[in-house]
Design a protein around this ligand. Structure first.
Ligand SMILES: N[C@@H](CCC(=O)N[C@@H](CS)C(=O)NCC(=O)O)C(=O)O
Length: 182
């Protein structure tokens, strides 16, 4: 097995999915957590000037979803056929769209505009839950893809829904851009 090192900020964001996949697969890796004050010096050393970055045997790779898909392939979390992989990517893409709504209504909502919070809570979340439900209803096994309980889409959903659920709490309590995870 190659050696893995994941470099990302010490919070639950785009790099968290790779951490979750390593944990679920039980595969050891170096989990390098960068503090905000370290970042300006490191930025130029990253392939795309951003994180997460995965090193596989010392070679650097960027883009969180490409990293997640690579790890899912390595650890048998993708589908059994190309068509099942299409469904996995479809579910993951839908989750990304929901996160786009979250960013628009919560993260970028510097004015703390209650209309935007309400739009996210009352329009976006129910709308996307319906889509996820229809994916599940299409598959007689009650999981997103084939008969696979362990797939990339379910971990993507778990990972990002934690962010979203956390945000609902944040709407009620207080808002800060990089909030600490419990
Ligand atoms: N498309 C990239 C986006 C990566 C990204 O936006 N990373 C943010 C943290 S979540 C970052 O590195 N921000 C610091 C910066 O851009 O200087 C991915 O999915 O990996």
């Amino acid at each position: 097995m190659p050696t893995y090192k994941l470099t990302y900020f010490d919070f639950h964001g785009r790099g968290e999915l790779a951490r979750l996949i390593f944990a679920i697969a039980g595969v050891p890796y170096e989990d390098e957590r960068i503090k905000q004050e370290q970042w300006p010096e490191l930025k130029s050393k990253m392939p795309n000037g951003q994180m997460p970055v995965l090193e596989v045997d010392g070679k650097m790779y960027s883009q969180s979803l490409a990293i997640a898909r690579y790890l899912a392939n390595e650890f048998n979390l993708m589908g059994n056929t190309n068509l099942e992989n299409l469904r996995i990517d479809e579910v993951c893409g839908t989750i990304q769209d929901l996160i786009g709504c979250y960013v628009k209504c919560v993260i970028r909502n510097k004015e703390k505009d209650e209309t935007l919070f309400a739009e996210f809570r009352e329009k976006d979340i129910p709308q996307y839950l319906k889509i996820f439900e229809s994916f599940l209803n299409e598959n007689e096994n009650g999981v997103f893809v084939g008969n696979k309980v362990r797939s990339l889409c379910i971990y993507t959903l778990v990972c990002y829904s934690c962010t979203v659920l956390n945000s609902i709490n944040l709407i009620r309590i207080q808002f800060s851009f990089y909030y600490p995870r419990p």
